[in-house]
Design a protein around this ligand. Structure first.
Ligand code: ADP
Length: 621
């Protein structure tokens, strides 16, 4: 264990936290009374002895990172620290934080502790060493360490331990039952939990290290203390509380508590995590959360993937709110896949079969508000496309939606009131007004792709700013999907940037690339580095068609890496605007080792899927 007080770095097994004299005085007045919580300890890990700290009158608060940028943490720490570590530093250097108890559950927390020690200014800063096994020896060791923490905190606060206060809020939630989605993996803050709950439309159980702790009941001998603390989670009847054998000393408490704390449902960093698998057994789905720059959870995800039959999706966050949009799409698409979220069956705004055009046709509108272009189709009750349009999305999705709808209505010669149902999809789907429902592009592409190619099993969608691979089961339902939305590599934007470097229009770029004769390997995935590679190849007089083919192949390799992650298999259909780039389609076929089909309406696939879901919701057979 190690501890620090104020700006001093005081580490080592026998060093207790220094008592802040002011606080010691205020707390020391009536040491035997139930302590009043004027101390607030910030903590991180579920192995933190919250009950012990409460027994000394502390209020315990989970430190939740909530930041837009890591500038402050970057100035204090190594830039390679994971997003969670940086977020924690940002939170724990806030002026309202005076007392911190960290647990050495992973190296990042040790680094955070070092940074806080260096930063200084805390009244009580303590690092509790956590054994990573739960055998008898480890329990005894943890007991010793908890006792040392107790002594340090008692000295600092000037209070004595009160078992009643310690046990008053003993958390004992019942294990999850009934329909729910289990959130597993790395630390999940309130923002992620809210995003999961609102995107999935079902109850979410937080099985990450910030979830509820399931400690066993306190033993009979601590019963009296529990009753004093008004705890309802006692395993013995009230009369046992008066038992003369009751022992509410710190020693008696620790004898029980060290084992109870260590034997709770293990976190990912414990040596034996087999018990964790039980968490997801009766779940409808599993959201597995990993943190950028943390490789550790990838192992558990991979093994869970192999073991579980439950649908599972991996989401990665970076500790900031920056990727909220992409995260929402992943979560909503997962909800649509496992059926906890509507795909148009329950419309947000009622659609009516009674609405027809002047010819008595039932017409629906599907609109895909992509990051680059907005695609709109009007479809009739026979599932025939009446009209279609593609316009640039521009800065505002709402305006693009209005403009796009006006264009297709004009083309079809109908007025807005002739549309029975409107469904939006795509990155800007919530920006469109007057929609009956919005559905993710994953579900819409799946639906649209079967319309364009009835036997498709894998959809490769390469758009302006992202690429996706969606694997379908035999019935056409989404069985797995993966998105690359973090960088331009493997997207239309990458190819557009390269066309600019070669001073060509996109059409010219696509056409010239088809007459290549020699393989040129572009190794950089990053747009910036690939640009320098292209400039060097031009300087070396490499034929332009060969350079373009090299670029097409680099996109194909990047997307194939994604495809492998979802078990992609033929027949393949390519959708999205880049499906019009024949060079990329051919390169994909080469890398995947199977032909990749396209369709003249490939770019409209999402909008077509949205329109079909509109017809479904109207009950059109
Ligand atoms: P999003 O849905 O992300 O807006 P789209 O699926 O509409 O993207 O695809 C847009 C991208 O498709 C453009 O950025 C462009 O790179 C590419 N694209 C569009 N038309 C063509 C074309 N005729 N030839 C080659 N690429 C095209």
């Amino acid at each position: 264990m190690a501890s620090s007080a104020k700006a001093r770095k005081t580490e080592g097994a026998d060093v207790a936290a220094t008592v802040s004299p002011t606080r010691a005085k205020t707390q020391g007045a009536d040491a035997t009374a139930t302590p009043v919580a004027t101390h607030e300890v910030f903590y991180v890990c579920k192995y933190t002895p919250l009950e012990l700290l409460r027994g000394f009158g502390a209020k315990v608060t989970l430190a939740e990172p909530d930041v837009d940028s890591f500038d402050e943490a970057d100035a204090l720490s190594h830039p390679n620290l994971c997003g969670y570590g940086k977020g924690l530093i940002c939170r724990l250097i806030e002026p309202d934080v005076h007392e911190v108890v960290l647990v050495s559950c992973c190296d990042v927390i040790r680094r955070v502790y070092d940074v806080l020690v260096e930063h200084g200014g805390y009244d009580f800063l303590y690092l509790l060493e956590l054994p990573h096994r739960t055998g008898e020896r480890e329990v005894a060791l943890y007991r010793e360490r908890l006792e040392a923490l107790a002594q340090a905190y008692a000295a600092y606060t000037g209070t004595t331990f009160n078992a009643g206060a310690a046990l008053a809020e003993l958390e004992q939630p019942l294990p999850a039952h009934g329909p729910h989605v289990e959130l597993l993996g790395a630390h999940a803050g309130p923002a992620l939990i809210d995003a999961v709950a609102s995107s999935l439309g079902t109850r979410v159980e937080n099985g990450t290290c910030t979830g509820p702790r399931r400690l066993p009941s306190a033993p009979r001998s601590l019963a009296r203390a529990e009753r004093e603390g008004n705890c309802e989670a006692c395993e013995v009847a009230a009369e046992a509380a008066a038992d003369a054998s009751s022992d509410t000393s710190l020693d008696a408490f620790l004898d029980w508590y060290a084992g109870a704390l260590l034997h709770q449902t293990p976190c990912m960093r414990m040596a034996d995590i087999s018990e964790r698998n039980e968490l997801s057994q009766d779940a409808t789905g599993i959201i597995y959360h990993t943190m950028k720059f943390c490789d550790y959870y990838g192992f558990e995800y991979a093994s869970l993937m192999r073991q579980t039959e439950t649908p599972i999706v991996k989401v990665e966050t970076d500790g900031t709110s920056q990727s909220a949009g992409q995260l929402r799409t992943r979560l909503e698409a997962f909800g649509e896949t496992i059926g906890t979220r509507s795909t148009g069956g329950h419309l947000e705004k009622e659609a009516s079969m009674r609405v027809t055009d002047t010819d008595g046709r039932t017409l629906v509108l599907g609109i895909d508000l992509g990051s680059t272009s907005t695609k709109i189709v009007i479809m009739d009750g026979n599932r025939s496309i009446v009209t279609r349009a593609i316009i640039p999305t521009g800065a505002r999705a709402a305006q693009a939606a209005e403009k796009g709808e006006a264009e297709v209505l004009r083309n079809a010669g109908i007025t807005p009131d002739a549309i029975a149902c409107r469904i939006s999809t795509g990155y800007g789907r919530d920006g469109a007004q007057n929609m009956n429902s919005s559905v993710t592009e994953i579900t819409c592409h799946a639906r649209g792709a079967r319309y364009l190619k009835s036997d498709v099993r894998t959809i490769i969608d390469i758009g302006g700013q992202d690429s996706k691979v969606i694997h379908l089961d035999e019935s056409g339902a989404v069985s797995n999907f993966v998105m690359n939305d973090k960088c331009a590599a493997g997207t239309g934007r990458f190819l557009e940037a390269m066309a600019r470097v070669l001073e060509m229009s996109l059409d010219e770029f696509c056409e010239v690339g088809l007459s290549w004769s020699h393989d040129v390997r572009i190794t950089s995935m990053c747009t910036v580095f690939a640009e320098s590679e292209v400039v060097s190849l031009v300087a070396e007089n490499t034929p332009t068609p060969d350079i373009i083919h090299g670029l097409d192949m680099s996109v194909a390799r990047k997307v194939t890496t994604l495809a492998k992650r979802v078990g992609a298999e033929p027949p393949y259909l390519m959708t999205g605007g880049v499906a019009q780039n024949e060079g990329v389609v051919q390169a994909l076929g080469e890398v995947l080792g199977a032909p990749v089909d396209t369709h003249p309406d490939s770019q409209l696939c999402g909008a077509i899927g949205a329109a079909l879901l509109g017809l479904d919701s109207l009950g059109v057979a």
